[in-house]
Design a protein around this ligand. Structure first.
Ligand SMILES: [Zn+2]
Length: 61
């Protein structure tokens, strides 16, 4: 007999990115600081960098 739990476990997780779950401890700022304060665009690189959309400077924190 096949155990029922084997069939429900993979579907019950529902994680979008299970491989990154352990890395997601508490560093949302790593991309938040890339957001341009003037226009809200996401920069391509870590600050300090200039916004490619409006030319505003993203300060390095
Ligand atoms: Zn901008």
């Amino acid at each position: 007999m096949a155990p029922v739990t084997d069939d429900t476990a993979p579907a019950g997780r529902g994680d979008t990115a299970p491989a990154r779950r352990g890395d997601d401890g508490g560093d949302p700022a790593c991309w938040l600081r890339r957001v341009c304060p003037a226009c809200g665009r996401l920069a391509d690189a870590d600050p300090p960098v200039r916004c490619t959309a409006c030319g505003g400077l993203l300060p390095a924190d």
